[in-house]
Design a protein. Sequence first.
Lengths: 604, 131
Amino acid sequence: MAVPEWRHWLHTQLFEHVPCNIAVIDRNYHIVENNHTFAEVFGEGQGRPCYEVYKGRSERCENCMATETFKDGKVRVNDEVGIDRKGRTAHYIVHIAPIFDRNGDIPYLIEMSTDVTETKRLQREYQILFERVPCFVSVLNRDLRIVRANERFREIFGETTGQHCFEIYKRRTEKCEDCLVEKTFFDGQTHSGAHVGISKDGKRTHYFVNTSPLSRGDPHISHVIEMGLDMTEVHKLEVELARANALRETLIENSIDGVIATNPEGKVTIFNPAAESMLKYKSEDLIGRHPPDLLLPAEFEEAMTAHRDICVLPEATVTASDGEEIPVRFSGVALKRGKESIGSAIFLQDLRKIKQLEREKIDAERLAAVGQTVAGLAHGIKNILTGLEGGMYVVNSGLQKGQKDRVDAGWEMLKRNIAKISALVKNLLNFSKGRTPHVALVNPNDMVRDIMSLYQDAARQDGIDLIAETDDTVRPAAFDPEEIHTCLANLVSNALDACQVSEKTKCSVTIRCKEEGNSLIYEVADEGSGMDYEIKQKVFTNFFTTKGTGGTGMGLLLTRKIVQEHGGKITVESTPGEGSLFRLVFPRDRLPHVTEGKPEAKSA
Amino acid sequence: MIERMRHLMKTKKIAIIDDEPDIVFYLASALQDNGFEVCTATNAHEGLELIRSQRPDLVCLDILMPEQTGFSLYRKIKEDKSLKGVRILIISALSMEQEMARIGSALKPDGYIEKPVDISLFITTVQRLAA
């Protein structure tokens, strides 16, 4: 009977071709035969003890399974770790089977081992991946209980194995309505969605979850793997960003000031409602385009071209779509992130109302001053008239009585009062003439020097120290130098008088010029007689004079008028017997505009 | 003695207090020409001294004066019990309404005359008040 070909192959070739390491060992644990595959892994083993070949040992292993099988003849399967012929650790699963002889003894064993080194390695890698992946991963059974969970999961939700997922994720007592795991168990498909859970610390945890079936190839799914990506930080940032955006938008939309922003190409990205109503453009017409010419002041363009990051113009002009020139307080800022330009932002404070109010206030102050002036004027004139009538009466009665001295006295009265009325009229003209102010850009210190040269000699003769305190850091200011000169001359002349009236032997008058905040300040301080409360109350009104017939009471009135016309304020501090301090405060933003001289070109 | 003589002779003493020396001189001349005895001061401080020492029958007072204003002198005279009976004629460049508005207080003088002074009205008023 011929042996079939395959049977022949089986008997002769299988031993060599089976993808398995096969060795036959005798009761001395020596390998008597091994196949080719075995030799490739552990080297040629014939005649060598198995423990040497498998594990590089010099004696038998302690828990040697071959010994057991030699004893009881049972087949054994075990995981073993050995050393391959290159000295590397090799994982293999070994089957040990007895080979019985006719007597039922076991002279040999056959050991068949499969190399699982690669499988083990993969298993280890997957284990690391499972534990270390920056997601939380859990494996759930059909009962929705967590059978395994990775490191990240344990960090967030704590040690949880065995509990229901809904208890752990959401602290619920029953499963969620939209349970993805259940869906996956039902249809075997992957499902995903955003969820909010509660961490072991009780904090809301936002995560994006994905459920996949853990299938072993059969239609029955025993487990589902749930992978969640913690989005809490991202969600927090999203919420913050949304809040910041909403805040920014609300601020910009509701700002009373016009707000315009451009991108790095200079095209408009923001044009808020205040800017729309001020400049009479619609934001949709400007967004994405370059702002029209003249819309923004030239200084801003210059500043940006010169890489200056901030351009603040306390008083600038912007041009509306209908050509109206609108006075604004302008500030423009280059927007940067690090060194990268991300555009510019412009803030426009509409000054039209403020300007109007300022004008009205100055007008009201002027009217009030005029009212006081007229009342005071009437009083002054009435006094002089009474003096004139008195003179006439005295002359008349002197003539009637033939008393020459009485006529002379009356005549003197007439002369004095006529002189008074002409002085009054002259001052009045000065006071009221509609003189066009000649505003020029002047160094304020120069005014002090002029006054010094005017009064120094007279003061010295009267034994009074006239002191000038100027400050070189004071910037030029726009005012009518002649008028400011009049003011300072009045104050200094008053101060010198106060010193002369004073009982002190030594007396000084100081004229100061300085800058405080954004105001130009002149001060005239004297150590003269000072004033009590009632005089202080009246110094700027009613043609008030304490100088008897020596003054017309117009000096301070005129001074106040000039100061007010320059947008300034005059104040006085005084203590009887100690002296007085007159202060002229000129806020720079209220000073008049230059009307003459070369600075005009600059201001235009 | 002098007091009794004055009373007998019916010479009334009038004080004039005004910071304008010309006005003082004018009013004093007019009163003297009409037979009054006159004493004068050109400021409120001297005025008070004058009234206390001279005890005039009538004070003609400008209440718009510097330093110590005429108004405070007016009040002092009114408040000083020892000066009870001294009558006050206010002389002012403002009307009584304006004056009261200015000082923010009521005035109850015995007489009020506005500048410029109508001299015959002034004399008759003084005659009436000092009688």
